[in-house]
Design a protein around this ligand. Structure first.
Ligand code: CO
Length: 238
């Protein structure tokens, strides 16, 4: 039966890990000291550790539908407090993904489920700029554009949560990042904004100003790595 297979997989994985590194689980049991907090989508295809190429212990993870930061979400607030105040993560990454089903829903007409309450910030942004979004003829391109803007919006929202403000006020190093993941190629793009202080946050243009402007994903070295990978794909005819 299916669930038996999961336990079999688990045993095989634990054995493999132990063979590769006999003290692996001894170290894992001691303490976690992740440097990164990941706020991502619940989508089963976007798992933080896999995408980042990191082992267990390296990234603290919070996921929900469409990677949204609600300032009254007890779950998020508790995760933020623990990650920032206790674990002292240095980087908080909001990572969306192209083709997000939550974003697709927010841009549709159906409002019959609880998830529509959850998606309300995205729906509101869509309503305010409906002319801009609806001018994008291709459905997938329109959704992808909102996926990008949603990331930018959530970075702004997190930057205003008191837990984050307090960390900055006491001089703690904390960088917020806005990234997006492409399931079609397995690659992360740095969308921005990157925010490291209240001054930087306050200098950001409002999200509404960002709607009509093209996003500028990827920076420097990251772009270089993506170019190399894309070239490899092209060479392989894929
Ligand atoms: Co999603």
């Amino acid at each position: 039966m299916d669930l038996d297979r999961l336990f079999d997989n688990n045993v095989a994985w634990a054995q493999r890990k132990t063979q590769e590194d006999p003290t692996y689980f001894v170290r894992m049991a001691e303490q976690q000291s992740p440097q990164y907090l990941w706020l991502g989508c619940s989508d089963s295809r976007v798992t933080a550790n896999d995408v980042l190429g990191l082992d267990p212990g390296a990234v603290f993870v919070q996921r929900n539908i469409a990677n949204i930061a609600h300032s009254n979400d007890m779950n998020l607030l508790a995760v933020l407090e623990f990650a920032i105040d206790i674990l002292k993560v240095r980087h908080l990454i909001v990572c969306g993904h192209y083709g997000c089903g939550g974003i697709r829903r927010a841009l549709g007409e159906d409002r019959s489920a609880l998830v529509d309450h959850w998606l309300q910030p995205v729906v509101t942004l869509y309503r305010r700029h409906r002319a801009v979004f609806d001018a994008i003829a291709d459905d997938n391109a329109r959704i992808d554009r909102m996926c990008e803007l949603n990331v930018e919006m959530q970075v702004r929202r997190i930057a205003s949560i008191p837990t984050v403000e307090n960390a900055w006020a006491r001089g703690q190093e904390l960088h917020l990042h806005g990234w997006i993941y492409g399931m079609h190629d397995g690659l992360l793009r740095d969308l921005g904004p990157t925010v490291t202080s209240m001054e930087e946050r306050d200098a950001l243009p409002p999200i509404d100003d960002r709607v009509a402007r093209p996003v500028e994903p990827d920076t420097g070295v990251r772009r270089h790595a993506i170019d190399a990978f894309t070239k490899l794909l092209d060479e392989k005819g894929g």
